[in-house]
Design a protein around this ligand. Structure first.
Ligand code: SF4
Ligand code: SF4
Length: 337
């Protein structure tokens, strides 16, 4: 493959910032309180939102419905850390006619019924269609479960059926346990660790570094011959970060271009100056070769997944500052926060 030509996006997430109030062990975007704390500017956000609205026009049969891969969500980091910005972007999206918008949150801010209701209602009045409540054993290490329950209860009142609980398995489990407050992951493992077999835990982002002990490990060659063409060129879900990096799927730390000009990103362009993406489109073994040429050494303990190998190689390569596709650079510094 000599050219890159991503399809026009169908759904996606807009990261207002990588800044988060917590630092989950599984975070795919390596978000944490340690990020320097840049937020998307209003000007950039308006350009991105209007481009998305244009790309998506006529593609949604039900612009009032939301789903994990249906619609556009505001996320982070934690978007409620800057509620005014979130509200402004919801209003702008609504004026632009962006369909099926929702916000993703870890619910840290749901400290009382009144405050929760007020913020959710303001968002709904500004045009937001729904909310995604994140529930997992990592967030609940820091955010008391009562706040999550409150977000779901009030979310159902405000947004009716447009409340996505991700993942419901954990929500029901914590409720069944009568959990109050927080629980450490170690205690969770002791009490209910078996449930992880049935949950979605993607071994990418921070997870291989912080949770690697949960998985079997393999040498790099086990993943050679595998191409990421599908993941890099899919249309059904993309992300755009606060620096306007156009991120394919869940491949954090890879930028396919400047999302302020989506038409340009989705036009055929040469892969000559993008050796990382070129390698990933053909064979992970080729990325390994690029890494070795730049002094990468395979760790003895091996890798838990192909994304772990990819990320470890990219982390090494990003430190040279030579590769324009590896953005934002700060992502690679926060993998082990
Ligand atoms: S998973 Fe969500 S709540 Fe946890 S650090 Fe990442 S963005 Fe924050
Ligand atoms: S191996 Fe890399 S490019 Fe492929 S899906 Fe995983 S993170 Fe994305």
């Amino acid at each position: 493959m000599s050219e890159l030509c991503p399809p026009s996006p169908f759904s996606g997430g807009i990261l207002l910032s990588y800044k988060c109030n917590v630092s989950c062990r599984h975070c795919m975007y390596a978000c944490s309180p340690k990020w320097k704390g840049d937020w998307i500017s209003e000007e950039d956000a308006l350009r991105v939102l209007s481009q998305l609205a244009e790309e998506i026009r006529g593609k949604y049969s039900n612009p009032e419905a939301v789903g994990i891969n249906y619609g556009f969500h505001f996320t982070g980091g934690e978007p409620f850390l800057k509620f005014d910005l979130l509200l402004e972007l919801v209003e702008a999206s609504s004026k632009l006619g962006l369909p099926s918008t929702f916000v993703e949150t870890n619910c840290f801010w749901c400290r009382s019924d009144e405050a929760t209701m007020r913020k959710m209602e303001e968002l709904r009045e500004a045009g937001l269609k729904g909310i995604l409540v994140s529930v997992n054993p990592f967030i609940v290490e820091s955010v008391p479960f009562e706040r999550t329950e409150r977000a779901v209860r009030i979310g159902l009142e405000v947004f009716d059926r447009n409340v996505i609980i991700y993942q419901k398995l954990f929500f029901e489990l914590f409720r069944g346990m009568g959990l109050k407050g927080t629980i450490s992951f170690e205690n969770f493992l002791e009490e209910a660790g078996g449930v992880l077999r049935y949950a979605e835990l993607i071994p990418a982002g921070r997870a291989p570094y912080k949770l690697g002990y949960l998985y079997a490990r393999h040498p790099a060659r086990r993943f050679f011959g595998s191409s990421c063409e599908q993941e890099l060129l899919r249309d059904w879900h993309i992300h755009i970060d606060n620096y306007c990096n156009y991120i394919p799927g869940y491949c954090a730390g890879i930028s396919l271009g400047d999302a302020r000009n989506i038409k340009e990103v989705c036009r055929p362009s040469s892969l000559k100056k993008r050796p990382i993406v070129r390698a990933l489109l053909s064979d992970l073994g080729k990325l390994y070769e690029v890494g070795r040429e730049h002094g990468y050494e395979e760790p003895e303990e091996g890798y838990v997944s192909k994304c772990h190998l990819c990320l470890d190689l990219r982390r090494h390569l990003a430190s040279s500052g030579e590769f324009q596709e590896l953005k934002p650079a700060e992502f690679y510094e926060h993998l082990e926060d």
